[in-house]
Ligand binder design. Structure first.
Ligand code: NAD
Length: 476
């Protein structure tokens, strides 16, 4: 979505990059090398469907190969175009550097409305698109590893993995060619919800710092805060669900394609999601007010605005009317460069996309490592951990009995202490650690430098600095 008179999505990302890089001391050549997109492959392919040949256009863009493989999702939407794919690939470079996943940035897209095709047709289209990319090593465990994005999910990733395995029958690492697969097809526990979970962990970390919360003109913790969520897809649904169920956040509005639901007492996220899945929209949901002009609900007063649908939704035309003091960019690029300027002047705090939605790529990294190591996380350690904890409990109980102390451990404590970490627990721990560490890296720059007034510039400074270091160590 591009509002008139505003730069394109890719230009917007470049302008944000430029705003940050001005504060760095990089040689101009290196600056340019980091900014530019290395390559974009466009493919047009035909698939025989419903008695005729349909031609589809797809892209795979590689922004930076300072680390390989390169990584980034594949998006299915009619709006996909080269500019968008390149912008998203650039964001992937910076995101991976910020959360220390050892990848360069890439992104792919197919111009298609997935809702127009049935499952079997989508499988044929996906396999054919994957074939075109695989034969050019644009899907490859060591070179380019896609993941889900808007309009794609576990199912498409499983088809892609299978297509790669069919074309590379002796590649023992074939499963690592793509992430976001279902657990039974080489995926990892916790990947589906990872981006939404990451948004939750990012907000929890933000609210651990009263100084940062105060910058947004807020106080206290997450409990009771009012949030407006745009897009109840993979990212928005999981973020809304976890924040409302586990942190006491009230989801006071949900915005979808056909309009918005509003309820200041807090919407029942599961029920809304079920209604959306059953009817394809929010209209007709009983028990909450429906507003047909969904975009206007972005301006509704709340504490936290969570745009989780697509880019460019907060633009120069509506930025001044956005009343949320805190925006967390769960989607990629939801705030344009021009809107960012207006919001910063108003004092709005923005937790930037490259950090806020990095949970997906973080858990994708764990999945890729799992595929390469051919073993489930926790399989070797879990029971050993339990045995060690049991020894400790038994020894405590023996001491208590011997000395007549009458100590008893509560059953709840015992159960938790005696349960070894399975894959899901380890994935959550790794994701939580990643989100905390990356926030602290941004925060140090945000608070530590006089010339840095916002988290986005801080995020760019951290990530560009890391990419530059990698290039330098390669002799560039
Ligand atoms: P999705 O397709 O699962 O969900 C998108 C949702 O937004 C859908 O429910 C759709 O109906 C809704 N939507 C689309 N246009 C809208 C509009 N104009 N107004 C309101 N709602 C609208 O996609 P997703 O995977 O949740 O991705 C959403 C955003 O998050 C994208 O920007 C994507 O790049 C980003 N992202 C996704 C992941 C991931 O792991 N899936 C990771 C990082 C970033």
């Amino acid at each position: 979505m591009q509002h008139s008179g505003e730069p394109s999505f890719r230009q917007s990302v470049d302008l944000m990059f430029n705003r940050a890089v001005r504060l760095m001391d990089l040689p101009p050549g290196l600056e340019e090398k980091i900014r530019v997109c290395n390559s974009t492959y466009t493919v047009r392919f035909g698939v025989r469907l419903r008695g005729k040949i349909e031609t589809f256009t797809g892209y795979r863009s590689v922004h930076s190969e300072h680390m390989e493989p390169v990584k980034g999702g594949i998006r299915y939407a009619l709006s996909v175009n080269q500019d968008e794919v390149e912008a998203l690939a650039a964001l992937m470079t910076y995101k991976c550097a910020l959360v220390e996943t050892p990848f360069g940035g890439s992104k792919g897209g197919l111009c298609i409305d997935p809702r127009q095709w049935d499952d079997h047709e989508l499988e044929q289209i996906t396999r054919r698109f994957a074939y075109e990319l695989i034969k050019r090593d644009l899907i490859h465990p060591a070179q380019n590893v896609p993941a889900p994005d808007m309009g794609t999910g576990e199912r498409e990733m499983a088809w892609i993995a299978d297509q790669y395995a069919r074309m590379n029958t002796t590649d023992i690492n074939a499963k690592a060619c793509v992430t976001g697969k279902p657990p039974h097809a080489g995926g990892i526990q916790g990947r589906v919800e990872a981006t939404g979970r990451g948004v939750q962990f990012a907000l929890r970390e933000f609210f651990r710092h009263p100084e940062d919360v105060a910058k947004a003109g807020l106080a206290g913790g997450l409990e009771g805060k009012r949030a407006v969520v745009q897009g109840l897809g993979n990212v928005g649904y999981h973020a809304a669900k976890f924040l409302s169920e586990e942190d006491g956040v009230k989801i006071t509005a949900i915005i979808e394609r056909d309009g918005a639901l509003v309820d200041d007492r807090g919407l029942p996220v599961e029920a809304v999601r079920a209604h959306l899945a059953a009817t394809g929209g929010l209209a007709g949901f009983a028990g909450a007010e429906f507003v047909a002009d969904g975009a206007a609900v972005l301006e509704k007063p709340c504490d936290i605005l969570i745009p989780a649908a697509m880019e460019g939704v907060i633009h120069m035309g509506n930025a001044a009317r956005i009343s949320a003091p805190l925006i967390i960019e769960a989607a990629n690029g939801p705030v344009t460069f021009g809107a960012d300027e207006i919001l910063r002047q108003k004092g709005t705090v923005i937790i930037p996309d490259m950090y806020a939605n990095a949970g997906g790529v973080t858990v994708s990294y764990f999945e890729w490592v799992k595929n390469l190591s051919h073993i489930r996380f926790g399989r070797m350690q879990r029971r050993a951990e339990e045995a060690r904890s049991r020894l400790m409990v038994e020894e405590l109980e023996r001491l208590s009995a011997d000395k007549g102390l009458g100590w008893t451990l509560s059953p709840d404590f015992k159960e938790k202490f005696l349960t070894g970490s399975d894959e899901l627990a380890l994935v959550r721990s790794g994701l939580d650690d990643t989100m905390r560490t990356a926030y602290q890296a941004m925060r140090e720059v945000w608070h530590g430098r006089e010339d840095v007034g916002d988290l986005r510039v801080a995020a760019y400074l951290v990530s560009i600095g890391r990419v530059a270091q990698t290039y330098r160590s390669k002799g560039l």
